[in-house]
Design a protein around this ligand. Sequence first.
Ligand code: UD1
Length: 361
Amino acid sequence: MKKIISLIGARPQFIKEAIVGNVVRQMNAWQHVVVNSGQHYDTNMAGIFFEELNMPEPEYTLGIGSGSHGAMTAKALEAMEKVLLKEKPHALLVYGDTNTTLAGALAAAKLHIPIVHVEAGIRMEPRTMPEEINRVLTDRIASVMCCCSALGQKNLINEGLTKNTHITGDVMYDLYCHIEKRFAPEKLCQQYGLKPENFVLTTIHRDYNVDTEENLHGVVEGLVAIQKELHLDIVWPIHPRARKMLHQYNLHSLTKSLQLVDPMGYVDLLSLAKACSFVITDSGGLQKEAYYAQKRSLVIMPDTGWRELTDMGWNILSAPHKQDMVPKAQTLQQDMPYIKHVYGDGQAAPYIVKTVLNFLT
Ligand code: UD1
């Protein structure tokens, strides 16, 4: 039986592995060795997903923790090289665009171990964003590229990557379909004292928004203005990085009218996404998950990898200040016909597993 190492480490990767790992085991496709780099380590950033999504304990936990981009990538690269040398897998599976993704891919490429990249071909400006660097470089050295949509594949072809690119759909939609019955929007609204359809669900954590005082200040002002002018409550499960920066820039007092809560697990977050009026986020994952929950998103970024959703007008990009955020949030309150299946039919994981099996044989 072939052996594949699946490398995870940050919040969105736990979610993706939950569904892919499950399908691998169901199909008895290969020996699936899970390595957790430990890039995210707080219980509500990491452990909670293993519990609620019934994921087995990873075979390895590397404990790289936080640090500068270079330090994190270097620690993960060194630790992954050791694991790959010991395990000698037939391929390495990596997800998305984090420092963990790039470190794993680099370690594998140098050891001539084929790389399977799930969520390949996403491209967005600015090219200097850490995630963009991670995804471009990972695709460049991957042997199998699994794209969520035709646009991802087109981006790869434009860069001359024409071999072994596949449109598989999005594994996050698979997971959404699997777990949807466990969502409890009313219970969560009660828990946070919110009225269904009368609040905005917000997550902001990208360094683009939180690492510069001007942008973080602008986002907070924008949220407060939306709350006032649109008469909506705002609940913000706050990433530790954003909380730290709010304190560092002395912006915490401005957030008093907003409901800042600890980061939450998948089921709770998606339950709130189902119940909200709309979403404000800079998360790549949540802007797509909101769409699955049939909710529109104001995306506080200069660009998005999920252009299908902005092209059809479902999601809207906004600059990080109130002059742009408020009128666009008003537009989001309008109803719009829902177009299904932009990122596949909920069968991406089985498709990916079959694609990898074909590649291995
Ligand atoms: C990372 C990914 C990003 C993804 C996000 C999901 C990179 C470059 N970025 O961003 O693409 O959308 O994960 O959440 O890999 N921290 C804690 N506890 C934790 C984790 C982080 O306190 O469990 C704090 C630390 O201060 C850390 C900071 O958050 O320095 C940022 O964490 P990091 O892993 O560098 O990047 P994210 O912003 O989470």
